[in-house]
Design a protein around this ligand. Structure first.
Ligand SMILES: Cc1cc2nc3c(=O)[nH]c(=O)nc-3n(C[C@H](O)[C@H](O)[C@H](O)COP(=O)(O)OP(=O)(O)OC[C@H]3O[C@@H](n4cnc5c(N)ncnc54)[C@H](O)[C@@H]3O)c2cc1C
Length: 399
């Protein structure tokens, strides 16, 4: 087993680092902290950056060339995402899910017309996506969705509501789970997956501020929304099986959390070295050193699980129980890190973005507030542990 990157991969990492430093516009305001990329004051910048990355063909570099990719390896794509996340580059998922699960699932399940229509603009950094699964009564158990789509001629007519829809306020298109057969004997047999143009009449997006004050997710209402039947993915009523594939891709985003955690620990180490308390740098405090060392171990574990997933993808395997594993571990590591960070920084750790007194530009307080949501999005830690228990350990389903 050799964990080294090849010289070409190392050279690519340096190319990405150089590009980020030299080519990306200077950073305004509070961009780059978790969940701030779609804030109204930041989104123009996010779009500019995504377009530049799209021009480089890096956003979806592992996709086939005919759909806008470079046919690069999953490892090169991971290197790009690691560097972009570490350097807080916004827009790399083209909304929420565009690159990470909409595109990869379309590549497997979409028909040729759908692939040609949607993949090139995504890869070019020009089309933004949101994902509409959750509803007020359907979260962990997505088979409870009630948002109804009725086929009339060549169109589905949709009525109902979605909630917690990240990036809906900026999205051009939505990846949507709908109920197509309310009488199916098993709930999950009556569900379908649709592609929805978010500018269709009858769609109302109502923003919800998250607890860190960012405009990240939304409620979305559907009032007699007409969607062409050609926007159905695969077969009607098979949506449940399709989103299981999409969720596998979604949970690989733990790779990105691991890179965010790496950045945070590097910042914390810098803070501990540079902050003098009672005549000594914090980095000499035995308790702080122990805590930072623990976190460093956790970040390394998260990274290695991420590399395991990418090595599976390199062999053409779909993400299995390792994807929930990294999502649970990396999101919880990030949260533990903000606990330690706010403790080490004391009252300064509570200062907000924009405060001239805030160390690390207020990154710690912002990440502290946002990290809680990361334990819920893409499946809560409890649900993911259930999946690991069943698929990884072979335990029976719980009662
Ligand atoms: C930051 C963020 C972004 C999000 N973005 C999107 C998005 O873009 N699109 C979208 O569709 N949704 C999105 N969501 C919603 C997210 O998918 C749901 O919140 C999540 O699936 C949990 O559903 P719920 O909130 O209804 O909680 P519930 O399902 O009601 O769960 C409540 C509690 O019960 C626990 N629980 C439930 N069932 C079980 C079980 N079987 N075993 C053990 N414990 C259980 C859960 O772990 C949780 O602690 C987002 C959420 C967040 C926080």
């Amino acid at each position: 087993m050799d964990f080294k990157f090849t010289p070409e991969e190392e050279a690519f990492r340096q190319e990405v680092q150089r590009f980020i430093k030299e080519e990306l516009p200077p950073t305004p305001g509070d961009w780059g902290t978790l969940e701030s990329e779609f804030d109204p004051q930041n989104f123009e910048f996010t779009k500019q950056v995504a377009k530049k990355l799209g021009d480089k063909k890096w956003l979806a570099m592992n996709w086939p060339k005919e759909y806008g990719g470079l046919e690069a390896s999953p490892i090169e794509h991971m290197i790009f995402k690691e560097e972009a996340t570490y350097h807080q580059v916004p827009g790399i998922d083209m909304g929420v899910g565009g690159i990470t699960w909409v595109g990869p699932t379309l590549l497997i399940l979409g028909n040729e017309e759908q692939k040609r229509e949607h993949l090139p603009p995504l890869a070019a950094g020009e089309r933004w996506w949101c994902t509409m699964y959750s509803e007020p009564g359907a979260g962990s158990d997505m088979s409870n969705v009630t948002c109804r789509a009725v086929l009339q001629g060549d169109e589905y007519i949709i009525n109902g509501q979605k909630v917690w829809t990240s990036a809906a306020h900026i999205a051009d298109w939505g990846w949507m789970l709908v109920k197509t057969d309310p009488d199916a004997p098993k709930k999950h047999h009556g569900i379908s997956l649709l592609l929805v143009d978010m500018k269709t009449p009858g769609i109302t997006v109502r923003p919800l501020l998250n607890m860190a004050g960012h405009l990240f997710f939304n409620e979305v209402f559907f009032d007699n929304v007409h969607v062409p039947k050609r926007n159905l993915i695969g077969e009607e009523n098979r949506g449940w099986y399709y989103i299981m594939i999409a969720m596998g891709f979604e949970r690989t985003m733990g790779v990105v959390f691991a890179a965010a955690a790496q950045r945070l620990i590097d910042e914390l180490v810098g803070f501990a070295k540079g902050t003098i308390v009672n005549g000594l740098p914090l980095s000499k405090n035995p308790s702080i050193r122990q805590k930072l060392a623990d976190l460093a171990i956790e970040v390394e574990i998260a990274r290695v699980i991420g590399y395991l997933i990418v090595s599976q993808q390199t062999k053409g395997e779909l993400p299995g129980y390792e994807a929930p594993m990294i999502k649970v571990f990396a999101s919880e590591t990030l949260q533990r890190m903000t606990d330690v960070g706010t403790e080490i920084m004391g009252l300064y750790g509570q200062l907000w973005l924009g405060s001239k007194w805030a160390p690390l530009q207020g990154m710690m307080a912002d990440t502290y507030m946002n990290s809680t949501g990361m334990l819920i999005a893409a499946g809560t830690s409890e649900i993911l542990r259930n999946i690991i228990a069943e698929r990884g350990l072979g335990l029976p389903r719980s009662v």
